[in-house]
Design a protein around this ligand. Structure first.
Ligand code: TYD
Ligand code: MG
Length: 454
């Protein structure tokens, strides 16, 4: 008989026959723990000798009713949730310290309470007085949210069982302490087991639970990855410290589209929703300047315009700098290489800085062409026409590829007063939007069209 694999890694889930200090699969240290078998039969056979009950099976086409949802009444939040908070769902909200998670969740708690849910807010990080002070600052001190400052999970679950709320907010999962687990709060096994207890409790009691999770330096939620698999929805709250914009992004959602975003602004009285983010992200744009390009992007289901800025300067270093804020560094290197080898625009000996204005972070490949335009414009010291937006994907061959939702991008650009768009050649012409289309087949044609022959 094959030997039972009875140890597994908390980080990646790999199984092993014996314990070791380092996981061979993912390289994490101290992440391997012994698995307790679900139940062991008399002769040590896993699950043997002890019968479970038979599970009812069902067809694929059985009609399950849509899960009931409650809306917060804040459009930006409801959209990210996929149309409102689903009953008995488990959510994880991650974000850097101080970005505004507690503020967001206190405001959401008040909204859900106002719309008929019984809400309990448990803070493991702040005292009742601190949360009450924040509530006063937000003008929410009269809303019917119940509050407690507690970290003992056993006491919390007992209280939730007695109170039977519709929604519990746990701020944060890293401060929770389950007394049956033999390690300190914040450790991998504590976080994993607290999240597991809370989600199963929530499912069993028809309660929704929102857990706050801190993120590590590399931007993932601290603690085991398994927490992300356990919950139905994972949201990230992002933003740059110096900017007032905050973005709530769904990276996983069992009840709605992933990659949807909600845009907020941090004000002196909490978070305010931003209904027209394009106008906001472009509001700081000055006169047309070399290196500045307006990218017509799509975030989730909504079009969003933003400014991409590049600066190119002779480098005093033997290894020139490549610095990126709000975009992928690897992708920048690729665009520079394509510009150099396919279009004869070299960047050797030049420092390159790229920035997405407003603290936005873009991950779409559709931004390639806007980035390329900003780089060449900065290098040539020639501004692009100020009434033009740019979008399109660049392949390694230098060919331009059309991107999704061209029409929505064009409509948004038109709404904000732009009159032309620089984009890849489209096989299928987009419906007329009153925007003048300047199409290019490949990157060298695009560069030539804008800045003259090389
Ligand atoms: P907080 O919600 O405590 O962040 P987190 O829970 O993610 O650590 O918010 C912290 C920051 O937000 C803090 O620097 C103050 C600022 N803030 C405002 O600007 N306006 C407000 O109304 C509130 C409540 C906070
Ligand atoms: Mg907090």
């Amino acid at each position: 008989m094959a030997k039972d694999l009875s140890f597994s890694c908390n980080e990646c889930g790999a199984s092993f026959g014996k314990w070791s200090g380092r996981c061979d699969a993912c390289g994490a240290w101290n992440s391997i723990t012994e698995d307790k078998a679900l139940s062991r039969g008399p002769k040590g056979k896993t699950l043997g000798g002890m019968r479970g009950k038979t599970i009812p099976l069902t067809d694929l086409d059985t009609q399950e009713p849509e899960p009931p949802r409650t809306q917060a009444g804040v459009g930006e939040l409801d959209r990210v949730l996929g149309g409102g908070l689903v009953k008995a769902s488990a959510l994880l909200v991650g974000g850097d310290p101080g970005i505004g998670k507690s503020t967001l969740l206190l405001q959401a708690a008040a909204r859900f309470a106002r719309n008929g849910l019984k809400v309990i807010y448990i803070s493991g990080e702040e005292s009742n007085a601190q949360v009450q002070m924040r509530a006063r600052r937000l003008g929410l001190e009269k809303s019917p949210v119940r509050l407690a400052a507690e970290t003992n999970l056993r006491d919390i679950l007992t209280t939730l069982e007695a109170e039977q709320p519709d929604l519990a907010i746990i701020d944060s999962i890293q401060t929770m302490w389950a007394d049956n687990v033999d390690s300190a709060p914040g450790s991998v096994s504590q976080v994993r087991s607290s999240a597991h207890e809370l989600t199963t409790f929530a499912k069993r009691n028809g309660m929704s639970v929102i857990m706050v999770g801190h993120v590590t330096k590399d931007g993932t939620i601290a603690g085991p990855r398994v927490v992300e698999h356990m919950v139905d929805t994972v949201l990230y709250f992002e933003g740059e410290r110096g900017h007032q914009f905050r973005i709530l992004r769904s990276v996983k959602n069992r009840f709605g589209p992933a990659d949807e975003i909600g845009v907020f602004e941090m004000t002196g009285k909490g978070l305010a929703e931003v209904k027209n983010p394009s106008a906001l992200f472009l509001s700081e744009r000055g006169a047309p300047a070399p290196g500045s390009v307006v990218f017509a992007g799509i975030e989730g289901t909504r079009p969003m315009l933003c400014e991409i800025q590049a600066l190119v300067a002779p480098s005093p270093h033997s290894q020139p700098r490549r610095s990126v804020v709000g975009w992928d560094g690897g992708r920048l290197a690729m665009i520079l290489a394509v510009l150099e080898s396919r279009c004869g625009v070299p960047f050797t000996g030049l420092d390159v800085y790229l920035n997405v204005a407003g603290g936005l972070r873009i991950s779409e490949p559709g931004a390639d062409l806007a980035v390329a335009a900003a780089l060449v414009s900065a290098r040539e010291d020639a501004a692009l026409p100020s009434e033009a937006v740019v979008f399109g994907e660049i392949s390694l061959s230098g060919a331009l590829r059309p991107v999704v939702q061209t029409e929505n991008r064009l409509k948004e650009a038109q709404k904000l007063g732009f009159t032309s768009a620089l984009l890849p050649r489209q096989a299928k012409k987009p419906a007329a939007t009153g925007i003048n289309l300047r199409e290019s087949q490949d990157l060298s044609g695009f560069v030539e069209d804008l800045f003259g022959a090389r």
